[in-house]
Design a protein around this ligand. Structure first.
Ligand SMILES: NC(=O)c1ccc[n+]([C@@H]2O[C@H](COP(=O)([O-])OP(=O)(O)OC[C@H]3O[C@@H](n4cnc5c(N)ncnc54)[C@H](OP(=O)(O)O)[C@@H]3O)[C@@H](O)[C@H]2O)c1
Length: 232
């Protein structure tokens, strides 16, 4: 059985459809309803940032834990200094809820001695971003946590994969410039490769790597330059 969290739209929805086509039984959890209708599919509406998320998730994992869990939930918005209270929600949805999902699923996998937990992070995890600092920072924590978990779980027969995507053609891909943007089908193809090979870190598409390194250095230089105070 596969558990896909964040699958009413985008990459999670396309992955769910592909897993069902391949013969998996799928349990989907998401904020919205699912357009998927299939005899091997069950959908539960659940906003992951709510305090009752973990207590509601746990009973869905018995009698048998999932063989595969893919955390696809993600939100991001440009920094709005007049509404900074929404910044914390990005961390709660992108990072804290992933950690809560792992805490519900992974101990059951460890007890059974098998399982695969995949989290979809972003190549933005290595950036310091003035435009969307909460998105980059939440993905930095996401990647670091999952890769640490992957190393800790190696001897237990449980695999953890941190997937770092560049732009993917969904409603989440924002901005005027979206270099090397992948189709959703291509992103799903990469996820199927991860399910098969179970790497700790998987980055795609590769042509984005030098671009991200360049952007990281430009930002690093900006942080080193002296800032002149605003004129009054
Ligand atoms: N698209 C990109 O360019 C890109 C690049 C790098 C990494 N990623 C990552 O890939 C993952 C999937 O993104 P996507 O592009 O497929 O985005 P998407 O199309 O917006 O899909 C995200 C899914 O998560 C659900 N969701 C959002 N907030 C939720 C919440 N609080 N509780 C439960 N479900 C929630 C959404 O539900 P609704 O249907 O209600 O919106 C939707 O089903 C994210 O982690 C994202 O950060 C995306």
């Amino acid at each position: 059985m596969a558990l896909v969290v964040g699958n009413s739209d985008g990459i999670g929805l396309a992955l769910t459809r592909e897993l069902l086509r391949l013969g998996w039984t799928v349990l989907g959890l998401s904020r919205s309803d699912s357009p998927v209708r299939h005899e091997s599919y069950r959908h539960v509406r659940m906003p992951v940032q709510e305090p009752d998320y973990a207590p509601r998730l746990k009973p869905l994992l018995s009698p048998a834990p999932p063989d595969l869990c893919v955390y696809c939930v993600g939100i991001g918005q440009p920094l709005d200094l007049s509404r900074m209270e929404q910044e914390a929600e990005v961390f709660e949805v992108n990072l804290t809820a992933m950690v809560k999902t792992a805490a519900c699923v992974i101990p059951l996998m460890v007890r059974r001695g098998s399982g695969h937990f995949i989290g979809i992070s972003s190549m933005a995890d290595e950036l310091v971003s003035a435009e969307a600092p909460s998105y980059s920072a939440s993905k930095a924590g996401f990647s670091s946590y999952l890769e640490g978990l992957a190393l800790a779980l190696r001897p237990k027969g449980v695999y953890v994969t941190n997937v770092r995507f560049g732009f993917v053609d969904t409603k989440m891909a924002k901005g005027d410039m979206k270099p090397f943007m992948m189709s959703v089908d291509r992103a799903v193809h990469h996820l199927l490769t991860c399910i098969e090979r179970k790497p700790i870190r998987y980055t795609a598409p590769w042509p984005m790597v030098p671009l991200m390194k360049l952007q990281r250095w430009v930002t690093r230089l900006k942080t080193l330059l002296p800032v002149s105070p605003p004129k009054r």
